[in-house]
Design a binder for this molecule. Sequence first.
Ligand code: NIG
Ligand code: FE
Length: 413
Amino acid sequence: MRIFISNIKSLLQTEDKDNSRLLVRGGDMKTLPSIDNAWLLIEDGLIKDFGDMSSLDTSFNVDQEIDAKGGMVLPAWCDSHTHLVFAHSREYEFIDRINGLSYEEIAQRGGGILNSAKKLNAAGEDELFELAMQRLDEVKSLGTGAIEIKSGYGLCTEGELKMLRVIRRLKEHSDLTIKATFLAGHAYPLEYRENHEGFIKLIIDDMLPKVADEHLAEYIDVFCEKGFFSVDETDRILEAGAKYGLKPKVHANQLYNSGGMQVGVKHHAISVDHLETMDEEEIECLKHSNTIPTLLPGAAFFLAMHYQPARKIIDAGLPVALATDYNPGSCPSGNMNFILSLACSQMRMTPEEAINACTINGAAAMEVNDSLGSIKIGKKANLIITKPIPSVAYLPYAFGTNLIEKVIISLKA
Ligand code: NIG
Ligand code: FE
């Protein structure tokens, strides 16, 4: 099956055959290689070739031709941090926050993550699957082609396994590339509030072996935060996960400068995510690691917190990935286009930096950067075709306007 896309105003994030940008960092993030007035050929779901329309001298034998009509073409978004499996929305807590309570205060009262856990544990697997499938279909229509999904609303063995089995079913039924993360270390259930040791034992001795036995997750994550999991507790959970081959990711430095980043780096985490609160010391620590700082400006927006210091991180020569954090508490949206706009308008990332962060660097934070996240011969043809737009900058600039004409998801990574 061959598909030919013609009349592309700009083909973004292109790579030469032998030049592999597997992760873009520092000053390089400002560069978004592209070809104006381009064409692209897909064969059996893979990018077969691409080039400049004016120098196209062969006519291909194709099964389908798509006229991009002056729209741009870029790799589908890679959203490396979500909590997309949940049973219920939490707009009443949103109203509590409007009336003056903080996210932390709501959590201390047994709301927040524990509220979602109560609802998730009462819901059936089929219902959770249907709800999550609808959300996946929505984010796909918004241009997302690969996505990471966490557990963490079960907080008991059955609930966590149920969530991860839902994610496994999503992997089987959706055409998106999906990575699963085990996040039992998300919050202490009420019955373990005074018995952290008991819950950690439950995670390590009961949940982890079962998760590993059923091959339900690629990654393990912990919410390392004051009032949630301490550095030592995070350390123990990540270490136990590693014994089962689960690679670490950490929710770090969201509400406080909690040491989450350092413990993540110590464990060679694939990524440390959130980072609303960080100093020079954290930046220094990242410089000596391969851990990808992943920023979630949607959570800062929705919780009205200060944004992550993207400029400082990039100017220190580091890479940045951007993700939605789609969840019912701190970011009830899986729209990567909005994340792109927030990154530019609130964190002063340039459009090129932000697109790098939403594509190739997001793919790196899910370890699918060898087959997704850029336009390269041999990579999977998972693409966004935009409506006709005047420039690359128009994508983050015209926030709230749907600029997506078509999303092509050909193959999973
Ligand atoms: O990444 N901060 C911890 N976990 C999620 C929020 C979960 C929730 O509020 O339900 C986050 O923001
Ligand atoms: Fe999160």
